[in-house]
Design a protein around this ligand. Structure first.
Ligand code: PLP
Length: 467
């Protein structure tokens, strides 16, 4: 491509993106299309001859990219939203343009140093000692696998390993246990208590029973923000127990970890610094584009112990201990320069703004809980620990049974979905259907949240009025 053609194409992409972001508030929070329709628009074999790049870009912008959840819409509250900053987005473009492979110091010393810097920021937020280290990953799923690989290695690769997590843990942890060779029947799902936190008595009982049967506990997984309700397991107690038992404690803080940058979050997540490893996702509550996860390990040596491997064709890349090769800390050799987006956005806005933005999510969630508790039409379904609010329509004066409540709330969710004012999702709380808002977008205001709750009340009235 000529330099002029390159500039024209990139300038159009920037224009499209700035318009999209500027217009999010007035766009739908979700859009999607059936496969047959999409296949008709851009299916078929690869073309033998190309066509003008602008035409291709316009087609992608018109026919492909809009058919997606607008995860960064101020009223997108489903699953775990993501609202990247513009410097973070531009950083990914730059890293692709500089064609960075952040695998080894030799291949990219600049971004390797940046990854050390960002990992050290995270070390500070967790409260880990100097001996800690880590790496950036694609997300929480990869971090979970890498954590359990390190745990298995630290435990000396027992032949009958077991891993423990609560019934509220993310499926990524279960999958990570299976990937690391823990048999499905030895992946222990421990019941949680009434507040959706790990039941310690059940955990102790399960571990003792397994040991009595010759099984070997390799890791216990704690939640620092369960996916359903945001509940936080008793981290400090779990860490003390794990230390006494000689079992690795991994904390899945993929969703909740960045609450650590606020005073409130640090207090809530007390004890996290005693864990052997922590996974946290910057593409969730730290305002980065996908993919930006991280795995932090209390003793950094455990990662290289588990993953470093010599390879003839890479022998020139060894610069010595002071120049880490991040490929020696995890699964990937070829790696995106994920540190660049975190570094560029934090440098641009400063930590005070990031702290404020994370606090905004915490504050809005608490305000939403107050709204729900003062509404005669709504019921709070779980304590609000971080930025997630679980609730349902349940008019106290109508005396509905559980089956009716489930029908009504499913109806509310379906109508809200087609209504397009906002997007939220549901979960099952020990078998009870619950609506769920996850409020972690730095552009979301109280008006966005209250407007959404007002609409739920109205849709609830309609659904309850039906036979
Ligand atoms: C608590 C928790 N753990 C793990 C994951 C998986 O993370 P990822 O999607 O980044 O792989 C998620 C994703 O939502 C999560 O919320």
């Amino acid at each position: 491509m000529t330099p002029q053609a390159m500039r024209r194409l990139a300038a159009r992409a920037v224009e499209v993106l700035v318009d999209r972001i500027g217009g999010l508030d007035s766009a739908n929070a979700w859009d999607g299309e059936f496969r047959e329709v999409l296949a008709e628009q851009f299916g078929g074999p690869p073309p033998e001859d190309g066509r003008p790049a602008e035409e291709v870009l316009e087609q992608a912008v018109r026919d492909v990219l809009p058919y997606a959840a607008r995860l960064d819409h101020p009223r997108f509250f489903g699953f775990v939203p993501s609202s990247p900053t513009w410097p973070g987005i531009v950083a990914d473009f730059l890293a692709a343009g500089f064609n960075i492979n952040s695998c080894t110091w030799l291949v990219s010393s600049g971004t390797s140093q940046l990854e050390l810097v960002v990992v050290d920021w995270m070390r500070g937020w967790i409260g880990y000692p100097e001996s800690a280290g880590g790496l950036l990953t694609s997300g929480g799923s990869a971090a979970s696998v890498e954590a359990l690989v390190a745990a298995r290695d630290a435990a000396g690769h027992p032949s009958q390993p077991t891993v423990y997590m609560s019934d509220q843990s993310h499926s990524a942890l279960k999958r990570a246990a299976w990937i690391t060779g823990v048999r499905r029947e030895h992946t222990r799902i421990v019941p949680s208590d009434d507040d959706f936190r790990m039941d310690m008595a059940e955990l102790r009982h399960q571990v003792a029973e397994d040991r009595a049967h010759g099984l070997e506990p390799v890791a216990i997984c704690a939640n620092a923000g369960t996916p359903s309700t945001g509940a936080i397991d008793p981290l400090s107690e779990m860490a003390d127990y794990c230390r006494a038992e000689g079992v690795w404690l991994h904390v899945d803080a993929a969703y909740g970890g960045f609450a650590l940058v606020t005073d409130h979050g640090r207090e809530r997540l007390g004890g996290i610094d005693k864990a052997d490893s922590v996974g946290m996702d910057a593409h969730k509550w730290f305002f980065q584009p996908y993919e930006a996860g991280a795995l932090m390990v209390r003793n950094a040596r455990h990662l290289e112990g588990a993953f470093a491997i010599g390879h003839d064709v890479l022998q020139d890349t060894v610069w010595g201990a002071n120049h880490p090769n991040f490929a020696d800390r995890g699964i990937q050799l070829s790696r995106m320069a994920r540190a660049l987006k975190i570094w560029m956005s934090v440098q641009t806005f400063g930590m005070a703004r990031f702290r404020e933005a994370v606090q905004n999510g915490l504050d809005l969630a608490h305000r939403a809980a107050e709204y729900i508790e003062s509404s005669a039409m709504l019921q709070l379904m779980a304590p609000v620990a971080l930025g997630i609010v679980c609730f349902r329509v349940n008019a106290v004066d109508r005396g509905c049974d559980e089956a009716t409540l489930e029908r009504v709330n499913r109806e509310v969710l379906a109508r809200a979905f087609w209504d397009e004012l906002a997007f939220f999702s549901s979960t099952s709380l020990k078998g009870v259907f619950s609506l769920r808002l996850c409020i972690v977008n730095h552009t979301t205001t109280w008006e966005d949240v209250s407007m959404t709750l007002d609409r739920v009340v109205q849709l609830g009235e309609d659904a309850l009025a039906e036979p």
